[in-house]
Ligand binder design. Structure first.
Ligand code: ATP
Ligand code: MG
Length: 401
């Protein structure tokens, strides 16, 4: 058994000593069987949240209503969820009611895909009621039970199915794929935040292109925010080798493929996906500089300075991807050039507003900012040295003071 599981073993053992069952479940078991790195360990138990709380001294209620308690153990935190089953899902999103049960099999049955419906006991023995191992061997994503029913219970599974194509490189089993095609409309009932979280995991996956192709082929993209009539743009996006890009760069490239280049168009689109204001601003900046980049053969000092190095590097990566390496500016060269800039920000300028005031009789006013910007631009372009005395003389010559 590998380390993350070993560290969590005392938890399973303690729950068992108290007379209940406990297993590792879900994604961690799947990733372990695939020899992949494990990020979070989920534990399922026959003990109710109250029973779990009576076993461990340090717990946090994270989702008692859904049966989840967080246990703090040996500086790690573990989510322990009571075996549960879910009653009818009337609105295609959340179970109406959660029922705690004492059988592991019932709990595994409510899970989305066979590869996610396995459990592992303290000895590393895998419990596989729904042929998850077989699906792992076949590299297939297959719902536990009837796909139509499972997608109608919770339509987010449509999105999850496609994102596992991207993260695992698996294919969707035929009936599951048909289920996605038939039920895709239901995705419109799902909270955008949940869709965005899965979509971003999809964008992050090594098999992102394959997943996007499925989105196009099943017309599933039509149900996603602001994408209903964007077949052309999304198809273009789905052909690009995106794996080298970071998440926000991918969003920027998507917007460029859709032809949404104006500041307010970008904001409208990304707000619909519920991205944060900070993320929206960064993406706007990337697109702004991408459009500038199209007009330049190389980065001027001025452009490099105002864009900042990280934006320039991102833009260069995006540019090379979209223009098919037509013009190739070495990123290392860009970094060296940035390092050599006379200043990296206004604060590094050897003069400030007070100097300007002391050199003239003029009263404070907006002219200070204008003069400082003028000096800044000329220093960046290496037309003027960043030296207090030289700047003063230069300003006199230009009749600015
Ligand atoms: P990842 O490795 O990306 O975290 P994961 O499979 O662990 O993938 P989670 O969202 O962490 O995904 O969910 C943990 C487990 O909970 C899943 O493996 C699955 O068994 C179950 N699960 C999650 N979401 C659903 C859902 N919408 N319907 C049914 N079961 C779900
Ligand atoms: Mg997980």
């Amino acid at each position: 058994m590998i380390n993350p599981f070993k560290e969590a073993l005392p938890i399973i053992i303690k729950i068992e000593e108290a007379g209940y069952e406990a297993y590792f479940v879900g994604g961690a078991v799947r990733d372990h069987l695939l020899n992949k790195q494990i990020h979070d360990i989920d534990i399922a138990s026959s003990a109710t949240p109250e029973e779990i709380k009576s076993i461990f001294p340090h717990t946090i209620d994270v989702g008692i209503a859904h049966g989840t308690v967080m246990v703090i153990w040996d500086q790690h935190t573990y989510e322990i969820t009571t075996f549960r089953t879910e009653s009818t899902y009337r609105d295609y999103r959340r179970p109406e009611q959660v029922y705690f049960v004492r059988e592991l099999k019932e709990d595994l049955k409510r899970r989305d895909f066979t590869i996610n419906a396995m459990a592992m006991d303290k000895n590393g023995h895998v419990i596989d009621y729904f042929n998850g191992k077989e699906s792992l061997e076949k590299k297939e994503i297959k719902t536990v039970g009837n796909p139509n029913e499972r997608f109608q219970e919770d339509a987010l599974r449509i999105m999850r199915g496609i994102r596992f194509v991207s993260t695992l490189g698996f294919h969707l089993e035929t009936e599951t794929l048909n289920g996605i095609r038939n039920n895709r409309q239901l995705l419109s009932k799902i909270a955008v935040e949940r869709i965005t979280a899965e979509f971003e995991k999809l964008l992050h996956g090594p098999w992102c292109l394959e997943a996007l192709e499925i989105m196009v082929e099943t017309k599933m993209y039509q149900i996603l925010p602001m994408l209903s009539s964007e077949e052309k743009g999304i198809s273009k996006f789905a052909k690009l080798p995106l794996t080298k890009l970071e998440l926000l760069e991918k969003w920027a490239v998507l917007l460029l493929c859709l032809g949404r280049k104006e500041k307010h168009q970008i904001e409208l689109f990304l707000r619909a996906w519920k991205l944060s204001v900070k993320q929206i601003k960064t993406i706007q900046k990337l697109i702004y500089w991408m459009l500038q980049r199209e007009q330049m053969t190389n980065w001027s000092n001025q452009a490099l300075y105002f864009a900042t190095l990280s934006v320039a590097v991102s833009v260069e990566k995006m540019y090379q991807l979209l223009k098919n390496n037509e013009v190739n500016i070495d990123i290392v060269h860009l970094e060296e050039r940035y390092e050599k800039l006379p200043i990296k920000s206004m604060e590094e300028l050897k003069i400030g507003g007070n100097d300007l005031l002391s050199w003239t009789e003029k009263k404070p006013g907006p002219w200070i900012k204008d003069v400082l910007s003028l000096v800044e631009r000329n220093v960046v372009e290496e037309k003027l040295s960043n030296d207090k005395q030289l700047i003063k003389e230069w300003l006199k010559q230009c009749h600015q003071i």
